[in-house]
Write a protein that binds this ligand. Structure first.
Ligand code: IPD
Ligand code: CA
Ligand code: CA
Ligand code: CA
Length: 266
């Protein structure tokens, strides 16, 4: 069945709890002195807090549901979602560079996956006092239901290039920026992909674009939030987005074909 059943209810409560606890743990150290290390490049950072939050979520899940998979960005987690069974997809801090800089745009993201499909998502942005939640019954932002924006005129759209800063991303960033400058309304780069997707779900942004494939912890929770909020998620060719897609185009669905046409050549 779609929802229902004790095994799902138990995990759903745990989903809300671990996301809240993880976000609170990260908030405790926000704007405090934390150790920062770089991984593959100068903007590829990880802090002790990223690791501690992922470890906390992993421990809580392992205690309650020892057979579930834990997929996450930092060391000690799987990198791909298994095709069967339950999996938890965690980005302990999405927007680490913002976090380190004391910018409030970061999220603790957890998605619950069953047999490869997301069945619940929580993105918490504790420094903003917001949380975005979807459990198969629409999406909510903090205190109430939320939906994507109702703009339909591309020239008024605000768009976020939801991707990072590796060399492959930079080509795409320049191209997306060019299209926005010529044909769309305004540009944002929030700096946390999961927050960007949450903002599209809540109508705070109209669309988001990536010209490259993205890992599960940067996408799964947010894509689910957007779909549950009435938005549309495809690749740049307009095909329904899956975890294997090589690009991403997210919008309120009001002018999606025009967006495909505008960004499709990238
Ligand atoms: C990053 C953020 C950023 C996006 C990068 C991601 P991280 O995640 O989502 O907005 O542009 O591609 O890697 O490393 O801060 O979790
Ligand atoms: Ca990172
Ligand atoms: Ca991330
Ligand atoms: Ca991260």
């Amino acid at each position: 069945e779609e929802s229902g059943g004790d095994e799902f209810d138990g995990r759903r409560s745990l989903l809300a709890e671990v996301a809240r606890e993880g976000g609170e743990r990260a908030l405790e150290s926000f704007r405090e002195v934390v150790t920062v290390e770089t991984k593959e490049g100068p903007l590829d950072s990880v802090t002790e807090v990223d690791r501690a939050v992922q470890r906390h979520v992993a421990d809580r899940v392992a205690d309650a549901f020892p057979d579930d998979a834990l997929v996450g960005e930092e060391d000690g987690a799987e990198k791909e979602i298994p095709e069967t069974g339950y999996a938890w997809v965690v980005d302990p801090i999405d927007g680490t560079n913002n976090y380190v800089a004391g910018n409030r745009n970061w999220t603790t993201s957890v998605a619950l996956v069953r047999d490869g499909a997301v069945v619940g998502a929580v993105n918490r942005a504790p420094a903003l006092g917001e949380s975005y939640v979807a459990l198969g019954n629409g999406s909510t932002r903090s205190d109430g239901p939320c939906t994507t924006s109702d703009r339909a005129d591309l020239a008024t759209f605000t768009v976020d290039p939801v991707f990072g800063l590796s060399p492959a991303h930079r080509t795409g960033l320049a191209a997306v920026t060019g299209v926005v400058a010529n044909r769309l309304g305004d540009l944002r780069r929030v700096g946390s992909g999961q927050l960007t997707l949450s903002m599209v779900a809540a109508g705070e942004l109209d669309a988001a674009v990536s010209t490259v494939s993205l890992p599960p912890w940067d996408t799964r929770a947010g894509v689910y939030l957007v779909r549950e909020a009435g938005g549309v998620v495809t690749d740049l060719a307009g095909e329904r987005w899956t975890g294997a897609s090589e690009s991403l185009l997210v919008s309120n669905g009001r002018a999606h074909d025009e967006l495909v046409e505008a960004f499709g050549g990238l």
